[in-house]
Ligand binder design. Structure first.
Ligand SMILES: *[C@@H]1O[C@H](CO)[C@@H](O)[C@H](O)[C@H]1NC(C)=O
Ligand SMILES: *[C@@H]1O[C@H](CO)[C@@H](O)[C@H](O)[C@H]1NC(C)=O
Ligand SMILES: *[C@@H]1O[C@H](CO)[C@@H](O)[C@H](O)[C@H]1NC(C)=O
Length: 428
């Protein structure tokens, strides 16, 4: 063994002993996969998701100059995923966000980190951003956190969703950072999502146009998301026979690309190398309604900075808080309509999830059931008679005519909770 080689080997060993194994950062992966048939086994058995059937086609792509109206009609109402190539390519985040830069500029922020992917419930932990950046290239860690206000100026928001129908439906922007190959479960969200790549590569499997969702072992989450129990690295085709017949669409995102995924559309993601992405959740509009184009400019820049967006949620002290400070009946009504999406019934579990997120810090928050019962009291004279105790949802029409009395307790509670950190200050 030559001396230089020995030295390098020793350095490697010391590195591994002190730091753990660095992850595989290879970006050259074949996707969609080339399927291999074996006589003795059904196609894709014990192979990753995507090996069970040839991809139907790539996800639709459109011009980055598409108007918000057309985007709404073709993809939001049309319920189809869409990729917009290079739409945020010139943003400062893409230029600047090296680990060194992020650590220097934002290292002292507290962020939320997950301990592993591929679990129904990830273990979440709060840590300093700088500590995450030191460790994520070799530890089983990835970051997903609502983007701190401090970082928003450098983060892109596509103009497409910052006007008209979309403008007041922006829920929250989340930043994702990971290293090495990681795979998500097959899942869907109860919101529309726009996912933009800042660095690295992500491969998506998208089940657009799926009519039935049975046979996929889906577990509903309290917020309306669905997660499949299928092991995406080693699929048991005998158990999940349907995967041989479900058409799927593929797309590879690279820096600057954004992907729109509609509410309830199942998808699975594989990240390669160092990835940074920003996803924006948008409450699904009632797609029976036409596009409202108020505030949409003729030729806007393809993206603006994220601090220009008015999001429902915001990050304070590492946690989610409602952004509004004054909360009145019409705001309560608006929150409930956002939770409704394009459904006609708002279920208690969905409301409860929202209520808990919004009031978790408030020690004396009224019981959610109490608030729910008030909301269910109808505005009309027959009010007290209309509560059917076995119904656990509220109709859209009832929310649209919500009375001040019904909304009062919720408005009051949400406002107290939203201002909790201001009260801290005045009490001192
Ligand atoms: C981050 O969290 C730590 C521990 O909870 C706290 O001491 C520190 O002040 C927080 N930093 C910021 C910027 O919020
Ligand atoms: C959109 O399509 C998905 C399946 O691809 C389906 O589950 C969902 O219900 C559809 N949404 C609407 C609003 O039609
Ligand atoms: C109250 O109920 C009666 C009988 O069900 C109905 O005829 C009447 O229109 C209702 N009043 C209102 C204001 O909804």
């Amino acid at each position: 063994m030559s001396l230089p080689f020995l030295i390098i080997s020793l350095i490697n060993i010391v590195y591994v002993l002190t730091q753990g194994f660095p992850k595989d950062m290879n970006l050259h992966v074949t996707f969609p996969p080339i399927l291999e048939r074996h006589e003795s086994m059904p196609l894709g058995h014990l192979r990753p998701l995507g090996w069970q059937r040839r991809a139907e086609a790539s996800v639709l792509q459109d011009s980055i100059a598409i108007s918000p109206q057309l985007f709404y009609q073709q993809y939001v109402q049309g319920n189809r995923s869409l990729v917009l190539r290079g739409i945020v390519l010139n943003s400062p985040a893409i230029d600047k966000w090296s680990d060194v830069y992020l650590s220097k500029k934002y290292g002292l922020l507290n962020i939320t980190v997950s301990k592993r992917k591929q679990h129904l419930v990830d273990s979440l932990e709060t840590m300093l951003f700088s500590k995450f950046l030191q460790n994520y290239r070799h530890d089983d860690l990835y970051m997903n956190t609502i983007i701190p206000d401090e970082m928003k100026v450098e983060t892109p928001l596509i103009s497409l969703v910052n006007c008209g129908t979309f403008k007041h439906r922006l829920l929250e922007p989340v930043i994702w950072i990971s290293a090495g190959d990681t795979a998500s479960l097959l899942h869907s969200h109860s919101k529309d999502t726009i996912h933009c790549m800042i660095d690295g590569r992500k491969d998506f499997i998208i089940l657009d146009h799926l009519d039935k969702i049975d046979g996929l072992d889906l577990v509903p989450q309290s917020n309306g998301d669905l997660y499949s129990k299928i092991d995406v690295d080693m699929v048991n085709v005998f158990k999940y026979k349907r995967l041989n017949s479900i058409p799927w669409y593929w797309v590879t995102l690279r820096e600057g690309d954004c992907l729109y995924i509609p509410t309830q559309v199942l998808h699975q993601v594989r990240a390669h190398g160092r990835t940074i992405s920003v996803s924006i959740d948008i409450a699904q509009p009632d797609t029976r309604e036409d596009f409202e184009d108020e505030g949409c400019e003729k030729n806007p820049p393809s993206y603006i900075s994220l601090d220009n967006g008015e999001f429902i949620w915001r990050y304070i002290h590492g946690r989610r808080h409602l952004a509004r400070r004054n909360i009145e009946t019409k705001d309560v009504q608006n929150y409930l309509l956002l939770l409704l999406g394009s459904n006609d019934q708002l279920y208690y579990s969905v409301f409860l999830d929202f209520y808990q997120q919004a009031t978790w810090e408030l020690k004396d928050a009224p019981d959610a059931v109490l608030i729910w019962d008030q909301l269910r009291k109808s505005t009309n004279i027959n009010a007290t008679m209309t509560i059917e105790s076995d119904v656990n949802y509220i109709e859209r029409t009832k929310i649209k005519t919500l009375s001040v009395t019904s909304a009062k307790l919720l408005a009051e509670t949400l406002q107290r909770s939203a201002r909790i950190h201001e009260y801290d200050k005045t009490e001192l």
